[in-house]
Design a binder for this molecule. Structure first.
Ligand SMILES: NC(=O)c1ccc[n+]([C@@H]2O[C@H](COP(=O)([O-])OP(=O)(O)OC[C@H]3O[C@@H](n4cnc5c(N)ncnc54)[C@H](O)[C@@H]3O)[C@@H](O)[C@H]2O)c1
Length: 437
């Protein structure tokens, strides 16, 4: 990939389009509004809170990331989205019960002004929901055109200079890539005949790429991760990234597993279970949607621990992941992990993790960072899969034939080195021998 020589400045308003105006999307929007008014802090967001070291440790150059990169300011963001239910962002946030009433009341008017555009929804891809605010079921090619018209309409009505989109919609049933996903031409033919391999989220992604709108995918669905979408994104000069926000349990897994492996401690079993009571949990109660999530969650350990290289340590690892829908908990998920590990001479040990987290509170800063960084990537002339954004995903998209990097610390190094590269700074390798010459 060619190093950008210039990055267009982030002038004008940035439309942030979120298909799926549910818990994650409204927690993001309400949060940005609260932060803009100085009523809350954007904790969890690397672009807002993080710093980046430049040059040698002795140089003392450690700017904040948002001062180092030409990112949009939060004041430039203008949110919109689609949903298959008509609730505006205030109503939807109230029902999601993530952000407290006091916070919501402080931004009530601004939130209530965001009404969802009608969703593109063929119901066979999300079986637990019956949408009431949907577009007429025309052919899938026509549906893409209707979504493109929505995007253009939003950008014009809100006077935006550019837009980005992050899929915050429900998890769809598991779909394997088929012939229709192999090229732009095959996909266009598939749209014309409403091929069943093309799900709702793929329609949004296709419409966005065609409109030059960078697209990030927060769910485990195929959405934008297939050869036709990679090809279209490269052709149109549009950055894409995915998939599945890395939040609670998987975030912990990609923090702890690299540590155990670094010390060459063996793992014979890793059992993970969750209870979750929000709409996401209800959708995941359907085995076909759960399958998408399961595949996304299971890959992580395999890649980090490399059982094919370390057969003695990880070759017999039994890894199981469950998600149980349990309404009383709402968005306040509880994730338990039992890890059976072994050390010196094979003596066994156990570790238990009980993470009482808040799903959407962990996801919202990821949505914000992805919107800002995908917009930056577009202005820097980067196109196609943005692997440097793997840091944010459970199941990172990579070039064909390349295995994904799941270790959070390698992902962070890659992210920060890409930021340095974008600004013409040298990469940091942590070799550091020059301090001792
Ligand atoms: N919160 C997390 O920690 C986390 C982590 C990783 C992934 N995710 C994923 O993010 C997504 C959003 O999670 P959430 O908790 O906000 O779920 P949610 O159920 O509260 O919101 C999803 C919204 O998408 C809408 N929707 C479904 N199909 C649609 C379509 N075709 N067009 C427009 N809208 C559509 C639903 O009506 C719903 O309002 C889910 O796929 C979830 O699996 C969340």
């Amino acid at each position: 990939m060619k190093q950008p020589t210039t990055i267009e400045s982030p002038q004008g308003k940035l439309g942030v389009l979120l298909p799926g105006l549910g818990a994650v999307a409204t927690t993001t929007i309400a949060g940005v509004m609260l932060v803009r008014r100085g009523l809350a802090k954007p904790f969890g967001s690397l672009t807002q809170c993080g710093t980046i070291r430049l040059g040698k440790r002795t140089d003392g150059r450690v700017p904040r990331i948002r001062d180092f990169l030409p990112l949009c300011e939060l004041g430039q963001l203008d949110f919109g989205g689609w949903d298959i239910f008509p609730d505006n962002a205030f109503e939807s946030a109230r029902k999601a019960e993530v952000v407290g009433q006091g916070h919501l009341d402080a931004v009530r008017e601004e939130l209530a002004a965001i009404g969802p555009m009608a969703g593109a929804f063929y119901p066979e891809y999300v079986k637990r929901l019956s949408g009431t605010h949907t577009k007429p079921l025309v052919s899938k090619a026509e549906m893409v055109e209707a979504l493109r018209a929505d995007i253009r309409g939003f950008v014009a009505a809100h006077g935006c200079a550019r837009a980005v989109a992050i899929w915050c919609g429900s998890t769809e049933v598991f779909i394997m890539p088929s012939e229709v996903h192999q090229s732009v031409a095959a996909f266009e033919r598939g749209l014309a005949r409403s091929d069943p391999g093309i799900s709702n989220s793929q329609l949004y992604a296709w419409a966005c790429i065609k409109e030059g709108v960078p697209f990030g995918n927060g769910a485990p669905n195929l959405t934008v991760d297939f050869p036709a979408a990679w090809e279209l994104a490269r052709e149109r000069g549009v950055p894409i990234a995915g998939k599945d926000f890395k939040t609670g349990q998987t975030l912990m897994k990609t923090i702890i597993a690299p540590g155990l492996k670094a010390r060459m401690l063996g793992v014979s079993g890793w059992f993970s279970t969750n209870i979750l009571g929000n709409r996401d949990g209800e959708v995941l109660d359907d085995p076909e949607s759960f399958r998408s999530k399961e595949v996304s969650k299971l890959g992580v350990l395999e890649y980090i621990l490399q059982p094919q290289v370390y057969a003695d340590l990880y070759g017999r690892l039994y890894h199981k992941v469950r998600i149980e829908y349990y309404p009383p908990r709402g968005d306040a998920k509880e994730g338990w992990d039992n890890i059976d590990l072994f050390g010196w001479l094979g003596y066994p040990m156990q570790m238990k993790i009980d993470f009482l987290c808040r799903d959407s509170i962990l996801a919202a800063p990821i949505v914000l960072d992805l919107a800002l960084l995908l917009d930056l990537a577009r202005r820097a002339g980067l196109a196609g899969i943005q692997e440097w954004l793997s840091f944010y995903f459970k199941s990172p998209m990579t070039a064909p034939g390349l295995y994904p990097e799941h270790d959070l610390f390698i992902q962070l190094m890659k992210l920060k080195n890409t930021m340095r590269w974008l600004r013409g700074e040298t990469s940091i390798t942590h070799l550091g021998h020059e301090y001792y010459d």
